[in-house]
Design a protein around this ligand. Structure first.
Ligand SMILES: NC(=O)c1ccc[n+]([C@@H]2O[C@H](COP(=O)([O-])OP(=O)(O)OC[C@H]3O[C@@H](n4cnc5c(N)ncnc54)[C@H](O)[C@@H]3O)[C@@H](O)[C@H]2O)c1
Ligand SMILES: [Zn+2]
Length: 360
């Protein structure tokens, strides 16, 4: 088992990574939280595979769980589902000492993490991530929230988990598309801080992702440790590829392009802007494009997604400050910085570039 300690100004907790850990989640949680009534929130796909072992493990150490299953998919990251979760927890008699377990991908983590943040003004949260995206990224850092029609993650709260248990064996049941989308965040972490990581990736599904997951959590934790509330700009580097990426995801319609797929396109757009503004080499852009493609991620924007729709949704993004976009750019792969020199016309050109790149 690998243990990565996370510490930020208001919280410290461990991320535990290891094959088979999910079936021991009760024991691991009981070391830090007294057994209590609790809610296990999951989605319909994940419930089929992993709900029973988690419930058994929790009951074994004295937790008294209720189960809340939401439909799978990005559309569940909604106010309605937050309301449903909170309502069910009230009806079931959960209180301030109850614990919420998020069992699933980034959708379940963000949605139920937000419910944990506001239920009785905040109850303990344990993340049990089951997708690549959730294990390398979304389960750590405390960002929770939901989407509204105007844009992604516009409503939310910071709520750090008490513990994260990432069991890479759960990734074996992910369909290919859902598996590879998670690698967009890995490529993002590489570009902003750890290029050597890209050498460890292969186009085949590896047997054991534990080391890669731990390495990604380490990159993320270093950035959030100093900047928990998103104030200094360091944490914002994690938004590399996300300004245009979120615009594409929303413009495509939630669920049409997966989050990671939209971010793959957003990464190419950010590299193109980096070439224009920061002297990034064309060969670096092409290198990353080849890697994304080898990982089954898209690098060409489908015609049905209109540039104007992407720009319109982008303008409502949190990364716009007083009408100006904040972009993360890179002078040199392996490092990144926050820029305010990109305007909407440049963003338009970057989106148009995504229609021209030739896959090979
Ligand atoms: N909070 C953050 O810091 C942060 C960071 C990155 C991404 N996100 C958010 O995460 C979301 C995307 O998360 P995601 O990519 O994990 O998608 P997801 O949660 O929708 O999961 C993808 C699909 O895989 C299924 N699934 C999950 N685990 C499975 C398993 N082990 N076996 C079989 N099927 C399984 C789910 O039911 C779903 O259909 C987006 O909403 C994004 O905004 C948040
Ligand atoms: Zn993301």
């Amino acid at each position: 088992m690998l243990k990565i300690p996370i510490s930020c100004s208001h919280a410290s907790y461990d991320v535990l990574v290891g094959g088979g850990l999910l079936t021991h989640s009760g024991d691991l949680v009981a070391k830090i939280l007294a057994p209590s009534r609790c809610a296990v929130v999951t989605d319909s796909n994940v419930a089929r595979h992993y709900l029973q072992p988690v419930l058994a493990s929790l009951k074994n150490v004295g937790f008294k769980p209720i189960t809340l299953v939401v439909p799978s998919g990005e559309r569940s990251k909604s106010f309605r589902q937050v309301y449903n979760l909170c309502h069910s927890m009230v009806v079931a008699g959960l209180d301030r000492k109850s614990v919420l377990f998020s069992l699933g991908g980034g959708v379940i983590g963000d949605l139920s993490g937000f419910a944990a943040a506001i239920f009785q003004r905040g109850i303990p949260l344990v993340q049990l991530p089951t997708t690549v995206t959730a294990q390398v990224d979304s389960s750590v850092g405390g960002k929770t929230g939901v989407n509204v029609a105007a844009g992604k993650n516009l409503i939310g709260a910071f709520h750090q988990p008490q513990l994260v248990i990432a069991d890479p064996l759960t990734l074996n049941t992910l369909p290919n598309r859902e598996y590879w989308e998670g690698f967009a965040e890995i490529v993002k972490h590489a570009i902003i801080q750890d290029m050597a990581m890209l050498k460890t990736l292969s186009p085949e599904r590896p047997k054991d992702l534990s080391a890669l997951i731990a390495r990604n959590i380490t990159v993320k934790s270093a950035l959030i440790a100093s900047d928990e509330g998103d104030k200094s700009g360091l944490r914002a580097l994690l938004n590399f590829g996300h300004t245009i990426g979120h615009g594409i995801e929303t413009a495509a319609g939630y669920g049409s392009l997966f989050h990671g797929e939209a971010i793959s396109l957003g990464i190419i757009a950010a590299l193109w802007l980096s070439k224009r503004f920061s002297g990034l080499l064309q060969s670096d852009l092409e290198y990353i494009a080849r890697i994304l493609q080898r990982l089954s991620l898209p690098i060409v924007l489908p015609d049905r997604i209109l540039t104007d729709s992407v720009l319109t949704t982008m303008r409502k993004d949190k990364k716009f400050e007083q009408g100006k976009p904040r972009f993360v750019l890179t002078h040199r792969l392996g490092s990144a910085y926050l820029s305010d020199e990109v305007d909407l016309q440049d963003a338009r050109s970057a989106i148009e570039f995504l229609r021209k790149l030739q896959p090979n």
